[in-house]
Design a protein around this ligand. Structure first.
Ligand code: NAP
Length: 281
């Protein structure tokens, strides 16, 4: 364990993509190219950056992304028509909807509409129910799964370990907590009403920060021997940084994911993995 330090995402992403090559080639022989539809409403910069990252990842690995860009002002009907078409189209194996949607659109209706088999980011009610039940056939949310892939790749055994997750969002914190419980970790979930967050963090063997607060986890939150996984993506003075103050925390702990170059680097390869599995099914 002491040998670990920077848990680099690129290494994990490379291993995931390499593990998919045989399957992608077999599919190609039967005329199938794993295809993901990315549905974006409006032109948010972070959505476009994520989309570009996914396109590059898919193209470099023999898969493809179909971009569906709708106007910020699009109607619920237009969006639903897109989803219905994706459900119907045999050549599309997965859908990623960029969220949050503009306020006038009803995301919950989409959650009830997308075909579970194409729900590669676990946005549907059925997908989330399956995740909660520990149903192996459903796809897990890509960001939460990226954290699990990092843990597994670096041989970190979470069984019986105390894991503190900062954040309880539907997309990251909550599913991650369930996935960690399923891996036999003892999980504490913290949020804005948590009374003594630094103490909850110091008590942990592993800290996973997913709060969206730049550098909030500093040297007062950590102790030697801990493993820190930073999911946060924040822009400060035009520079990308995580929820963890890397410079202060890194010298103290056993291992830490950098930002950029940590969890974010793994997410699109998880998306590819899920799309390939869906295509193979
Ligand atoms: P979110 O929906 O805003 O949820 C943030 C969560 O953190 C909430 O549960 C909130 O608590 C909690 N929180 C916020 N400030 C806190 C504080 N000071 N102390 C304790 N808890 C606090 O965000 P999200 O969508 O889960 O995303 C979290 C972070 O991950 C963001 O930085 C986002 O950019 C990043 N992200 C990264 C990837 C990736 O691929 N690496 C993908 C998705 C998201 P309450 O529930 O009490 O409000």
């Amino acid at each position: 364990m002491d040998l670990l330090h920077d848990l680099k995402g690129a290494e994990v992403a490379k291993a995931i993509c390499a593990s998919l090559q045989d399957k992608i080639s077999q599919l190609k022989e039967t005329g199938i190219v794993p295809t993901l539809a990315i549905v974006r409403v409006g032109n948010r910069e972070d959505d476009i950056a994520y989309e570009q990252g996914a396109i590059k990842r898919f193209n470099n690995n023999g898969a493809r992304v179909l971009q569906v860009a709708l106007q910020e002002s699009c109607t619920q009907e237009e969006l639903e028509k897109v989803v219905m078409n994706i459900n119907k189209t045999k050549e599309i194996h997965g859908m990623l909807l960029m969220r949050p949607l503009p306020k006038h659109l009803n995301e919950n209706r989409i959650k009830g509409m997308l075909d579970l088999r194409k729900d590669v980011d676990c946005m549907t009610y059925l997908g989330q129910a399956g995740l909660f039940m520990g149903e192996k056939a459903v796809f897990t949310p890509c960001t939460a799964q990226a954290v699990i892939e990092i843990i597994d790749h670096y041989g970190i055994d979470v069984t019986g370990k105390k894991v503190t997750v900062i954040g309880r969002s539907q997309v990251v914190g909550k599913p991650l907590a369930v996935m960690l419980i399923n891996k036999n970790a003892t999980v504490t979930v913290c949020h804005t009403k948590t009374v003594n967050l630094p103490e909850e963090c110091r008590n942990a063997d592993i800290i996973i920060a997913a709060a969206g607060r730049a550098k909030m986890v500093d040297d007062t939150f950590v102790k030697p021997g801990q493993i820190i996984i930073d999911v946060g993506i924040n822009m400060v003075d035009g520079k990308l940084c995580g929820d963890v103050d890397y410079d202060k925390v890194s010298p103290i702990v056993t291992a830490i994911t950098p930002v950029p170059g940590g969890v974010g680097a793994v997410t699109t390869s998880v998306l590819l993995k899920h799309t390939v599995i869906s295509a193979a099914r």
